[in-house]
Design a protein around this ligand. Structure first.
Ligand code: WT7
Length: 665
């Protein structure tokens, strides 16, 4: 039954929300707690007493090894850690074969729904059949253990097949989010020296078709390392096929042998590379390996989401192209034998209640999404979810950015009918798996706080010198290695050390986030301290956007900052100086700049605001002072200006920003 009587809308909702804003703590609902997998807080002490032993137990309980590891952690050469190093394992075997062997072949792995409402149920046996054939097809093309395979595919079941086929033969995959432009794909294929790329003819985007293969062709032509492009016929949009390089997925799969035994791989064999934005314009290739990564995602997926694989329908509404999709759409759920929902489209197509229709239709029990989506739903109104029966939901999760208490409460009240615990999970592409999170049957939650490190995991807040700050704001660090941690930056070992292990030494992982610890030891994540911006949970580098902007021939210089945004968390604000004597650009240049960014990175990176600047604030040595730009964009008092070369620049800019903000409001 829909809980419409319990879930207020309109003014009653506003009233209820403002009452709840006074409530600081939420206990796990009794009904939930009683049935939770973990309900005894002693799990934290138990894990702490022998953290290596605890992780080792997870590895053995949750995974099947061809050869069980005898060694847990090799920490003889920090920060190059090895987990379960003498074990042999295969990710696709653990995700598929062992469930099918246990008689669960007919179980649905994914209830897929396409943009136009069509549905496809994909079982564990279906996946195993397709993965084996595609793995053989890859081998037939000459892809070998250790070769990198790129994947640029939208949210269709074949993307899972492609990832697991790579894992089966030990070819690390390199997935690129479908929202990235073909230029970004090329760059990532080049950096990783990918031998093959799996893509689609076209992708559906809110009723239209994007010609993906054609865009790929326009940018991939002369890349010598890329020997094959494998095209999945997804939309039927026609595309050119280059002789000797391009093959149709359905044709090579048709010709391939049925059986492909899983390769017994070393635990430290690379599972995948995933590029993410850093402080410079060049994206970082985060490298994850097999045994430790699988241990981390299996354990967190099971216990953070309290997964009961024989009862639950689970839905992570992210895209497979981000780490959330890797860990909590593909690997975590499949390792745990879950039934998931996979949704091809956007939250507002064909209508703004499509998510709630999906929850009702598939009787979703566990929903995991980003705060940005929740803020959009709040804006669209509680009437839309109220039209649907959401009573199947029993647990809600969020990820990707700080969640403001009001959005947390709205989620809890309107979507969760006040009966679902909310787990705000903090982690990163680098950490591979959830690190700071409530355990839903144990933890008292506080809206806006990710609460405490997962059992066996550490986190700390320190000052600039690395000294712990017991209460108050500082820098977030992780003190101990954890199984799913990144192993290096692909082909950039020095940068790996420099980025994460220079600031506080080889044994302390520098996160790049500011955080605060409260009187109960709860963590409150504040945001990035480096030049990384988080737009709708999408991670972007200011340097990357700047370099796209200055590629416009009329642009002399640009400084990009992240600005607080009530919808998207942060938004991109670009200060732009034009060549020559031109002071102000016009709408045409503005549009051209946005197109440049869309073309170089992706549409989601386009600046929301462009501010024409006669000059940019710089230090005497010529460094742009982004900190001051952030201050004026947020309407704050300017911080320390003593190193500023020309104070007049700031006065001029402040006037401009004020003018723009008045226009906007
Ligand atoms: C950055 C990592 C984790 C998968 C999606 C993003 C921010 C992530 C939270 C949270 C506050 C969060 C951090 C982090 N972030 N989760 N629950 N509360 N901030 O992965 O693209 O690697 O981004 O996202 O700033 O460093 P990512």
């Amino acid at each position: 039954m829909a809980d419409t009587t319990e879930t207020p809308t309109g003014e009653a909702l506003e009233q209820k929300l403002s009452e709840l804003l006074e409530v600081e703590r939420f206990e796990p609902p009794e009904e939930f707690r009683e049935r939770a997998l973990l309900k005894d807080p002693s799990v934290y002490e138990e894990a702490e007493r022998d953290w290596k032993g605890w992780w080792s137990r997870q590895a053995k309980e949750l995974l099947d090894w061809f050869e069980e590891p005898t060694e847990v952690l090799d920490d003889s050469d920090p920060p190059f850690y090895k987990w379960f190093a003498d074990g042999k394992i295969n990710a696709s075997y653990n995700a598929l074969d062992r469930h099918v062997d246990a008689g669960k072949g007919d179980k649905v792995a994914f209830h897929w729904r396409g943009e136009e409402g069509e549905e496809r149920d994909v079982t564990y046996a279906d996946l195993l059949r397709d993965v084996q054939r595609f793995a053989n097809a890859l081998k037939d093309l000459g892809v070998q253990k250790g070769d990198v395979v790129g994947i640029y595919v939208p949210m269709i079941p074949e993307v899972v097949v492609a990832m697991l086929a790579c894992a089966r033969i030990g070819a690390p995959h390199n997935v690129v989010f479908g929202g990235f432009s073909a230029t970004s794909v090329r760059e990532r294929m080049e950096f990783s020296e990918a031998k093959a790329l799996v893509t689609v003819d076209g992708a559906r985007r809110k009723g239209k078709t994007a010609p993906i293969k054609q865009q790929v062709d326009e940018h991939m032509g002369d890349l010598a390392t890329l020997e094959h492009i494998i095209v999945i016929q997804s939309t039927g949009a026609g595309c050119d096929m280059q002789d000797g390089r391009d093959v149709w997925y359905h044709e090579i799969v048709e010709q391939a042998e049925d059986e492909c035994p899983p390769e017994p791989l070393d635990a430290e064999h690379p599972l995948y590379i995933l590029y993410t934005s850093g402080s410079t314009a060049k994206p970082k290739g985060i490298l994850h390996t097999t045994g430790g990564y699988l241990t981390g995602v299996a354990a967190t997926h099971k216990y953070v989401f309290d997964l009961k694989p024989d009862e639950d329908v689970y839905w992570c509404a992210a895209d497979v192209g981000w780490v959330t999709g890797h860990s909590y759409i593909v690997y975590g759920p499949l390792l745990n034998g879950a039934t998931s929902v996979m949704w091809e489209g956007a939250p507002d197509y064909p209508s703004r209640d499509v998510w709630w229709d999906i929850v009702e239709h598939f009787k979703v029990n566990i929903l995991y999404c980003a705060p940005t989506a929740i803020r959009a739903f709040m804006k669209w109104g509680a009437d839309l979810p109220a039209k649907h029966d959401l009573s199947s939901l029993r647990l809600l999760g969020t990820v990707g950015e700080p969640i403001n208490p009001k959005a947390w409460l709205w989620y809890h009240l309107v979507i969760g009918g006040s009966r679902c615990p909310v787990v705000d999970t903090w982690w990163q592409t680098e950490t591979g798996a959830i690190m700071i999170t409530p355990l839903p049957g144990i933890t008292t939650t506080k809206p806006g706080s990710a609460t405490k490190p997962f059992p066996g995991t550490t986190a700390d807040v320190v000052d600039e010198e690395g000294k712990p700050i017991e209460r108050g704001q500082g820098l977030l660090v992780i003190r101990r290695p954890w199984p799913s941690m990144l192993r290096t930056l692909y082909k950039e070992e020095d940068r790996f050390i420099e980025t994460y292990f220079d600031k506080f030494g080889r044994d302390t992982y520098f996160v790049g986030d500011a955080a605060r610890k409260d009187e109960d030891g709860y963590f409150w994540i504040i945001g990035r301290v480096d030049d990384v911006v988080n737009v709708s949970g999408h991670r972007l580098s200011t340097a990357e956007v700047e370099s796209a902007i200055v590629s416009h021939r009329k642009v002399a210089e640009s400084a990009v900052i992240g600005q607080s945004d009530e919808d998207t968390g942060q938004s991109i604000c670009a200060f732009v100086t034009l060549e020559g004597s031109e002071d102000e650009g016009d709408e045409t240049i503005e549009a051209e700049i946005r197109d440049r960014v869309a073309d170089r990175i992706g549409k989601f990176a386009r600046p929301k605001r462009i501010i024409w600047a006669g000059d940019l604030p710089k230090t005497r040595s010529g460094k742009i002072m982004r900190r001051l730009l952030r201050d004026i964009a947020e309407g704050r008092e300017l911080g320390d200006v003593t190193t500023l070369r020309d104070p007049a620049v700031m006065e001029q800019l402040e006037g401009k920003v004020k003018e723009l903000q008045e226009q906007e409001s």
